[in-house]
Design a protein around this ligand. Structure first.
Ligand SMILES: [Zn+2]
Length: 392
């Protein structure tokens, strides 16, 4: 079913609500050559194939559906929904609530950190082998072919069954609350964006002094504004290398700006905007210039400890079936190791609360073990009989 009239969407929303079932949804979009991805299709299901539908957002105002997505009383099901949620938020100001993400749930059940939908359909509910041939089809085309629509609808068809299965398994392992913490985190993350004055931090900042960082900060703000206005990807305006170069030399006029290697032939007004931004960077008072976040020297002891914490994490990952990188991102292990080497003063002192490894389910499952290990109360050892590493 393709919904391309407003009244159809209103009808369907009523039926979906009346079903009392969680709402499964997925989106197809195109982000090529754009600042804002273009939403091309929204697929919705409630576990009954007769009520499945794909909505054409070119023709229909999604409002009644968005209300359901934002309604905390209606459960939603998605698979790897972060980009879907983000589009709904940035383009419609719709913050999804009460979302069960089957990819996140699967990560708590031994399916690996980022299992794909087609694999999960097979592995979790023994469903059919879905074709991946349509993944790269042109979703901006109209009319969409019957096959395209069928493929798109398959993306929501199996979500209710998968969710039911995974939820049962999570409950059986007492991990549903852990997964819910991550669902909520994902919802929150979809509504966050980098503040303009932090954008420059995504660039390659090594070997830049504070003045250059200051200029770069101003330049990155302007570049993002222009990209947004023109709805083009940021590097299409001025590429990263040219922007870094401009931050390093600080062009004082358009002529100097144009001499920078890789600088595109910007219209005069734009070129002036970048020159002005560089000058704003020049004018930042010395004590207000940015510094690099991680101005930390490499420390072999920190590296050693972090590696060992990685081994402990690996053991916990094997015991629990939760992917290691999901349990503990590498940076977080380093942060803990650095705290222990440089800041911990008493054996029973706890790391700062903002360390992710100490929070929620991670704290319960891994953080406490890592602390015991650091305090010498637990050790990694070899189980000879089983030929594997264990914690003692
Ligand atoms: Zn899809």
């Amino acid at each position: 079913m393709l919904i391309d009239h407003q009244h159809q969407l209103e009808d369907y929303c009523k039926k979906w609500r009346a079903s009392g079932q969680p709402l499964s949804f997925d989106t197809e979009f195109v982000s090529d050559k754009r600042y804002f991805p273009l939403l091309c299709l929204v697929q919705v299901g409630v576990g009954d194939q007769k009520l499945e539908a794909a909505i054409d957002p070119f023709k229909v105002d999604l409002k009644p559906l968005l209300e359901m997505i934002a309604d905390p009383a209606i459960e939603k099901i998605v698979h790897a929904g972060s980009s879907d949620l983000q589009i709904l938020y940035t383009q419609f100001n719709c913050a999804a609530q009460n979302v069960f993400d089957t990819q996140i749930a699967a990560a708590f059940l031994g399916y690996g950190q980022q299992i794909g939908y087609t694999d999960l359909v097979q592995r979790s509910i023994d469903g059919p082998q879905l074709s991946k041939d349509w993944q790269f089809s042109d979703w901006t085309a109209r009319p969409l072919s019957a096959l395209q629509l069928e493929y798109a609808l398959c993306d929501v068809r199996f979500l209710p069954a998968i969710k039911e299965k995974l939820e049962k398994e999570l409950k059986a392992k007492s991990r549903l609350d852990w997964a819910k913490t991550e669902f909520a985190r994902a919802e929150e993350k979809s509504t966050e964006s980098t503040p303009p004055e932090e954008l420059y931090r995504r660039l390659k900042l090594s070997k830049m002094n504070r003045r250059q960082l200051g200029r770069l900060r101003e330049l990155a703000i302007v570049r993002d504004e222009v990209a947004r206005q023109q709805n083009r990807p940021v590097p299409y305006i001025v590429n990263d290398n040219a922007l870094l170069q401009l931050a390093k030399i600080s062009a004082q006029n358009i002529q100097e700006l144009r001499e920078i290697r890789g600088m595109p032939p910007l219209p005069t007004k734009l070129a002036q905007a970048f020159v002005d931004a560089a000058k704003r960077g020049d004018a930042i008072p010395e004590d207000q210039l940015p510094t690099l976040w991680k101005d930390t020297k490499p420390d072999p002891e920190v590296d050693n400890i972090a590696n060992l914490l990685g081994t402990v994490t690996q053991i916990v990952a094997q015991e629990t079936g939760i992917a290691r990188t999901y349990l503990a991102p590498k940076d977080e292990l380093f942060a803990l190791a650095r705290w222990w080497v440089e800041s911990a003063t008493a054996p029973d002192e706890n790391p700062p609360d903002d360390m992710i490894l100490m929070q929620d389910w991670r704290g319960e499952l891994l953080g406490e073990t890592l602390l015991k290990f650091l305090r010498g109360e637990a050790a990694v050892s070899c189980d000879f009989a089983e030929r594997r590493l264990v914690m003692k």
